[in-house]
Ligand binder design. Structure first.
Ligand SMILES: Cc1cc2nc3c(=O)[nH]c(=O)nc-3n(C[C@H](O)[C@H](O)[C@H](O)COP(=O)(O)OP(=O)(O)OC[C@H]3O[C@@H](n4cnc5c(N)ncnc54)[C@H](O)[C@@H]3O)c2cc1C
Length: 440
């Protein structure tokens, strides 16, 4: 299906850049503009930055395993993975004795990756078997088993975004513009609502035939995603390690415990990163209802920049470290950050035209696992724009007929842990109170 001439992509993260790359190859006749609010790409506050992102085909859902395998082929064998952008260190997926859901995820995921990676995947039926793979970890490691996939790895996220941007710059076809989009513009002249462009915070406007929102965790400001996507803040912390510790840990596989959501990626540059893949913090914020002029507002969770991890999150890291790497359990965190996922009810992306507004397309809903697909996701977005996306992916990613009702929780893909709907500001207030108490 031919695409319209003027295409405007809002957002310069994984979804936006990968889509721009694919459009510039497959639709060179289109005029593509990427608008990004951050003057620097990668946006230091976006989701597609940071030192590392796990690249794995280890999914309980076979459709994601297959797509991840295609992406991994690109990370391994093309420029995408060169110059340190991809490191294949393996992934150790573990479960404790008391989590049936984590065990079930690991069982299904093992079956899927075994078909893809064959002998690269090793089943580890007991804690002892797990410890043979990560001897540097403490013998108190609270796991009942798991498996290791030596075909998985991790990517230097910021370097990969810079690489994608450099490809677009070298090609020169896609125009980049810095600006904070305040709203999508619509016309109803034809009797149906049609997106005609965007308006910026400074009042300027930009016209387009097709507006693509690749705005990650900020998307709820521009389109009503209540019951379809929510920004959740996830905890990350870093600690400084010595040269010797770096040598000891750098070649271990990444460890991921889907029961606690905690994962540790082997260190680079003497920084050890520990992170949590959980239900996350919400940050309720009142914003105008998008597309309306009646002055109504709605409450949605939106990212909060530059906040530290609340004490609750830091404590969960200490507990995990006591089990995984006890000698680091009391070491100071040199930095902690809350980084934002765009979570959807089942953890599936939203790659779809908006059913109520012609000319409006969404490419978002990364749900904490989209990074690995960077080399291939743009092609899938363009397939969906053209109407040629594989039916299996179309069904997962299309705009769902019904939104999840307000009181209902998003369960994701079964890989999340922790408290549901924890409120970021409340947790930060508790943290401040605790630190005041400790000073007194
Ligand atoms: C802590 C953490 C760990 C993760 N770990 C993994 C992992 O191990 N493996 C994996 O595969 N994935 C992982 N992910 C998920 C992955 O990183 C994300 O799914 C992916 O980066 C999302 O990309 P995006 O393009 O949707 O969002 P972003 O990268 O945030 O891009 C959206 C961009 O839109 C811009 N924007 C938003 N609103 C506007 C506006 N109004 N006007 C102009 N510009 C705007 C923003 O500035 C931003 O740069 C992780 C994510 C986080 C946060």
């Amino acid at each position: 299906m031919p695409l319209p001439r003027k295409i405007l992509i809002v957002g310069g993260g994984v979804f936006g850049l990968s889509t721009a790359l694919s459009l510039s190859k497959r639709h060179p006749e289109s005029e593509v503009t990427v608008v990004e609010s951050s003057p620097i790409i990668p946006n230091p506050h976006g989701s597609s930055v940071d030192t590392s992102r796990i690249v794995r085909a280890d999914y309980a859902n076979a459709a994601y395993s297959k797509l991840a395998a295609a992406a991994i082929e690109r990370w391994r064998n093309t420029e995408w993975g060169r110059e340190g952008r991809y490191t294949q260190n393996g992934l150790l997926l573990v479960y404790p004795a008391d989590s049936a859901s984590a065990k079930e995820y690991a069982r299904k995921s093992y079956a899927n990756v075994r078909q893809i990676e064959g002998v690269n995947v090793e089943f580890l039926p007991t804690q002892k078997d797990v410890l043979k793979v990560v001897p540097a970890y403490g013998s108190e490691l609270d796991v009942a088993g798991g498996y290791v996939n030596w075909g998985s790895g991790w990517s230097d996220a910021a370097a990969s975004v810079s690489y994608a941007k450099s490809l677009l710059d070298a090609d020169g076809k896609v125009i980049f513009r810095t600006g904070d989009v305040e709203r999508v513009l619509y016309s109803t002249a034809s009797g149906k609502s049609k997106a005609t462009g965007v308006a910026f915070a400074d009042g300027a406007t930009l016209e387009a035939d097709l507006v693509v929102l690749a705005t990650g965790a900020w998307s709820s400001k521009l389109v009503d995603l209540r019951g379809r996507a929510v920004a959740t803040g996830q905890a990350i912390a870093y600690m400084r390690i010595s040269d010797e510790e770096q040598r000891e840990l750098e070649n271990l596989p990444t460890i991921l415990n889907f029961a606690t959501g905690i994962f540790i990626i082997p260190p680079r540059n003497k920084l050890l990163k520990i992170a949590r893949h959980a239900f996350g913090y919400r940050n309720p914020t009142a914003v105008p209802v998008p597309g309306e002029n009646e002055g109504r507002t709605m409450e949605v969770s939106l990212p909060e920049k530059g906040v530290p991890v609340p004490l609750e999150g830091q404590n969960s890291f200490r507990v995990a470290l006591r089990q995984l790497l006890p000698r680091f359990a009391e070491r100071e965190f040199v930095d902690t950050r809350v980084c934002w996922y765009t979570d959807t009810p089942k953890g599936d992306f939203i790659i779809s035209y908006h059913p109520d507004h012609e000319g409006l397309f969404l490419a978002t809903g990364g749900s904490g696992h989209a990074f690995k697909f960077f080399p291939v996701i743009g092609d899938k977005v363009v397939d969906a724009m053209e109407g040629s996306l594989d039916p299996e992916l179309r069904e997962m990613w299309t705009w769902a007929g019904a939104a999840v009702s307000d009181g209902e929780d998003f369960d994701g893909d079964g890989s999340r842990s922790g408290e549901r709907r924890a409120n970021l500001k409340n947790e930060l207030a508790k943290t401040n109170k605790a630190s005041r108490r400790s000073v007194l």
